[in-house]
Design a protein around this ligand. Structure first.
Ligand SMILES: Cc1cc2nc3c(=O)[nH]c(=O)nc-3n(C[C@H](O)[C@H](O)[C@H](O)COP(=O)(O)O)c2cc1C
Length: 200
């Protein structure tokens, strides 16, 4: 059975444009794979705490030596990683906030990058351990940056997944959402049409 993980990172949860595009993808995918399983991780509804020295130390401490508090931190991280492991397909709603990814997504990344679990270092450099997966990124922006040097966001997200061994990434953009109603409607319609084709 195929498993899809939808990750919403918008401040506005399922109301965000990026989450709505992600939902659009999931609905098209479900029409194609009615038996498919969908996992939903909404980082606005269930925020991931910022990584602190204490939390990082908890993740580094060997399982048998953790305090109850440290074990809870590790369990939480393990749950996030297990969702990623189970999914063949990851659908990531990605708004641009202040030229970068939502801080919630950064906190999430900080909890799923685990040495020895999702990546390991070798004498030839880091090796990702998450394996074969496809990621569809649905990126929404008020302005327009795709293909310019200001779009560090796309590069960062690609670099992060590749670090964990996930190399099959596809980006769909809805840009200029704050550049007037006509542009907003056109960009969203274009993204939806592309998503329908991708998910089919
Ligand atoms: C706090 C905040 C910061 C934003 N910063 C940017 C930005 O740096 N560049 C940009 O193009 N749009 C920016 N926007 C506009 C959002 O990218 C746009 O509204 C997008 O649709 C948000 O996606 P969402 O509805 O899924 O949250 C910002 C919006 C918010 C709320």
């Amino acid at each position: 059975m195929k498993t899809l993980l939808q990750i919403n990172t918008s401040l506005f949860s399922e109301q965000g444009h990026s989450s709505q595009l992600a939902r659009h993808f999931v609905e098209a995918w479900q029409a194609r794979y009615p038996e498919g399983r969908v996992l939903l991780r909404d980082l606005a509804k269930d925020p991931v705490p910022h990584l602190t020295a204490e939390r990082f130390q908890a993740l580094l401490t060997p399982p048998g030596e953790r305090s109850a508090e440290q074990q809870a931190v590790a369990d939480f991280s393990d749950t996030l990683i297990e969702e990623l492991r189970q999914a063949e397909l990851i659908v990531l709603g990605l708004p641009m906030y202040n030229f970068g990814v939502p801080s919630q997504l950064k906190a999430y990344f900080d909890h799923v990058a685990r040495a020895g679990i999702t990546f390991r270092y070798t004498e030839h450099g880091p090796v990702g351990l998450l394996g074969d997966k496809t990621v569809h990124v649905l990126a929404t922006r008020g302005g327009a940056y795709q293909g310019t040097a200001k779009d560090t966001q796309s590069l960062y997200v690609r670099d992060f997944f590749e670090f964990l061994g996930v190399r099959d990434l596809h980006f769909t953009y809805a840009e200029g959402l704050n550049l007037g109603e006509a542009q907003r409607q056109a960009a969203l319609a274009e993204a939806q049409a592309r998503i329908a084709a991708l998910a089919a």
